[in-house]
Write a protein that binds this ligand. Structure first.
Ligand SMILES: [Zn+2]
Ligand SMILES: [Zn+2]
Length: 384
């Protein structure tokens, strides 16, 4: 199936502003959210499609590229939407469709979820939780098991989460007869409002549980053991289904999303699956050639041969010594970049030897020679 135009997906026309794009995405995401579309099997795909379109259009650079080249702008691996970052709960791709509007979006869901359908449902789904987890590059390389403490609402033990004293059933709200809404005449208009007695839930609790004040849940700090897979990077989201906040009055729990942030490393710089390491070498070693030992992210070391006459900036590749792919399938490479270091704090003996060396130097600096000959040509041309 041909890919749909991103603007079309979001119901926008070309050239829509950042604000319009954000607004359109929110509306779509709410409308298509799979939690609200259990009867529409295609909604998850559409939800993802909207997420992908938003990912591309919210970034000014990607948007400009898309405006010029269409979908071709993201083919061939450059600048395209990242592969799904989420894991766990079997819905990785689904989680990666979320974006920076995540928080607001879920705020709305929490308020609206249980009240949909005219107040017939008394239960409300618990809200999703976001947990920011900072990991080291070494941990991102090897993966780790981590225990995190999540402050969250859990079902109340006293009333088994029902919110009623002694576990009793709630009763239909007398004010709205269970509709969750009340109507009032205002001039020519009939205004529908959320029922003030039951807050729109359609049911009230006669004897609210004292322990949780009828909420059916209490605040607790839970320790949760989380498996962070090898290969995570900053921005990876891990979804733990049902580990979010407990629902209201027996409603389902929300999900917990762990947002990964990989800390900067002193030695290695990461670019997707590849690692870069800048290694200083002395002028003499760079000139004469020799072996150096470099660190690898797994904590090991690799011997690398420096060819005689190496210049600063020379790169060497250590195959498969980079980061692992998040979903398996091999490692990236590690690149070593040589930085030739000019010696400092010379003793008089060293200076003497260098002067002696300088006196014997002739054709040892071809780059300088070429440069200065170009400079001479340049000056000569200016004169004439
Ligand atoms: Zn209770
Ligand atoms: Zn009511």
């Amino acid at each position: 199936m041909a890919k749909r135009d991103y603007y079309e997906v979001l119901g926008l026309s070309k050239g829509a502003s950042a604000e319009e794009i954000k607004k359109a995405y929110r509306t779509k995401a709410k409308e298509l959210h799979p939690d609200r579309n259990s009867d529409n099997p295609d909604s998850e795909r559409q939800f993802k499609e909207a997420g992908e379109a938003y990912d591309a259009l919210k970034d000014p650079d990607k948007k400009a590229a898309y405006d010029r080249f269409g979908h071709a702008a993201f083919e061939g691996g450059m600048g395209g939407p990242r592969p799904g970052g989420g894991m766990g709960g079997g819905q990785g791709d689904f989680a990666s469709a979320f974006s920076d509007v995540f928080d607001d979006l879920f705020g709305d869901f929490m308020g609206g979820g249980g009240r949909a359908g005219g107040g017939r449902q008394r239960a409300a789904r618990g809200s999703d939780l976001r947990y920011n987890l900072r990991v080291t590059l070494e941990d991102a390389y090897s993966g780790l098991q981590k225990t995190i403490k999540v402050p969250t609402a859990v079902p109340c033990d006293e009333c088994n989460g029902s919110g009623a004293e002694g576990g009793g059933e709630p009763t239909t709200c007398p004010t709205c007869s269970g509709m969750g809404k009340v109507r009032a005449q205002q001039g020519f208009f009939t205004v529908e409002r959320t029922c003030p007695t039951c807050g729109g839930l359609g049911q009230i609790i006669k004897n609210p549980c004292k322990s949780c004040q009828g909420q059916g849940r209490t605040q607790k700090e839970r320790a949760l053991s989380v498996n962070i897979p090898a290969g995570v990077e900053t921005g990876t989201r891990i979804r733990l289904a049902g580990e979010g906040e407990a629902g209201m009055r027996g409603g389902p729990s929300g999900d917990l999303y762990i947002f990964i942030d990989v800390a900067k490393h002193d030695l290695f710089e990461r670019e997707e699956m590849n690692l870069f390491c800048r290694v200083p070498v002395s002028v003499t070693k760079a000139a004469l050639g020799g072996d150096i030992e470099v660190p690898t992210i797994d904590g090991g070391r690799s011997r690398v041969k420096i060819p005689a006459g190496s210049q600063s900036g020379r790169q060497m590749r250590l195959r498969s010594k980079g980061m692992p792919a998040l979903r398996g399938g091999g490692n990236g490479d590690m690149f070593i970049e040589l930085a030739v270091e000019t010696p400092v704090n010379l003793t008089s003996k060293q200076k003497e030897l260098l002067r002696e060396f300088e006196a014997l130097s002739e054709d040892n600096n071809p780059e300088s020679k070429t440069f200065f000959s170009s400079v001479k040509t340049f000056w000569d041309a200016m004169k004439s």
